[in-house]
Design a protein around this ligand. Structure first.
Ligand code: SAH
Ligand code: DHB
Ligand code: MG
Length: 219
C-alpha cells in the first residue's frame, strides 16, 4: 500500500506546533504588527517558516533570494538559517510592505544581513544576477509569474542550490488533470511544476504542507 500524501489530523498539527514552537516572539510580533498596519495576512504558516529556516540551514546557504517580502516574516526565518556571513536579497513591489519589513528586520536584529530591493521582481531580477550565483531562492510573490521566477532561479542558482516555491497547490486551484486550469496563475503554476519535475535541470519534490511547498535542487 502506498502511504498518503500529507496529514489531515488537526489535533496532530496542533500538538506538533506546541512541541516545535515554530513561531517565537519575534515572528509573532511581525505577524501582529503587519496586521495592524493593514497588510494582507498571507505570510507563510508558522511551520512553513520553520521549514524554510531548516532548508536554508541544511544547505549551508550564504546567498539567498526571496521574491515577495511582505512584512519580513519568512525573510527573518530565512536569515536565521543562513551561514554567519550570509546575506538575503528580498524583493517587494509594495513600498508600504517593504517599510513594514524593514522594521521587522531591524527588530529581529538582522538588518545588516538583508538587502531589500523595492520594485517589480521581473524588473529587479536581471540586475541582481551580478551578485550571484545564489544558494537558495524562495519564490512567494504573484503566482502569475512563478514560471518566469523559476527561469531566473534556474539560471542564477549554483549547482546544488535550492529553489523553493510557496503555494504550490495554488489555494486548491491546482487540480488533476494538471495543466487543465486556464487562469494565468494556473498556467504559470503548471509550467513551474512541469519544469521542476521534468526538465532534468532539478531534482525536485512537493512537500505537502497546507499550501504545498515545492522544493528543487539544481543539478
Ligand atoms: N514571503 C512573505 C509573503 C509574501 S506575500 C512571507 O511569507 O512572509 C507576496 C508579496 O509579494 C506581497 O507583499 C506582494 O506585494 C508582493 N508582490 C506581488 N507581486 C510582486 C511583484 N511582481 N514583484 C515583487 N513583489 C511582488
Ligand atoms: C496569497 C499569496 C501568498 O503568497 C500566500 O501565501 C497566500 C495568499 C494571495 O495573493 O492571496
Ligand atoms: Mg505564499
Amino acid at each position: 500500500m502506498n502511504k498518503s500524501f500529507g496529514n489531515d489530523d488537526p489535533g496532530l498539527e496542533r500538538a506538533i506546533g506546541e512541541l516545535y514552537q515554530p513561531e517565537d516572539d519575534v515572528l509573532r510580533e511581525i505577524r501582529e504588527r503587519a496586521r495592524t498596519a493593514g497588510l494582507p495576512e498571507i505570510q507563510v504558516a508558522a511551520l512553513d517558516s520553520r521549514h524554510l529556516e531548516v532548508l536554508v540551514r541544511l544547505t549551508g546557504v550564504r546567498k539567498a533570494v526571496e521574491i515577495g517580502t511582505l512584512a519580513g516574516y519568512s525573510g527573518v526565518s530565512i536569515v536565521r538559517g543562513l551561514q554567519p556571513d550570509g546575506v538575503l536579497y528580498t524583493l517587494e513591489y509594495e513600498k508600504k510592505h517593504a517599510e513594514v519589513a524593514a522594521e521587522s528586520f531591524r527588530r529581529a536584529g538582522v538588518s545588516a544581513r538583508v538587502r531589500q530591493l523595492v520594485g517589480s521582481a521581473l524588473d529587479l531580477l536581471p540586475a541582481l544576477s551580478k551578485e550571484g550565483p545564489f544558494d537558495f531562492c524562495f519564490i512567494d510573490a504573484d503566482k502569475e509569474s512563478y514560471d518566469r521566477y523559476l527561469d531566473w532561479a534556474a539560471a542564477n542558482l549554483r549547482p546544488g542550490g535550492v529553489v523553493a516555491g510557496d503555494n504550490a497547490f495554488l489555494f486548491g486551484e491546482l487540480k488533476e488533470p494538471l495543466g487543465s486550469g486556464s487562469s494565468p496563475a494556473a498556467r504559470a503554476m503548471y509550467a513551474f511544476h512541469r519544469r521542476l519535475a521534468t526538465s532534468g535541470e532539478f531534482r525536485a519534490t512537493v512537500l505537502p504542507t497546507g499550501e504545498g511547498l515545492a522544493v528543487g535542487v539544481k543539478l
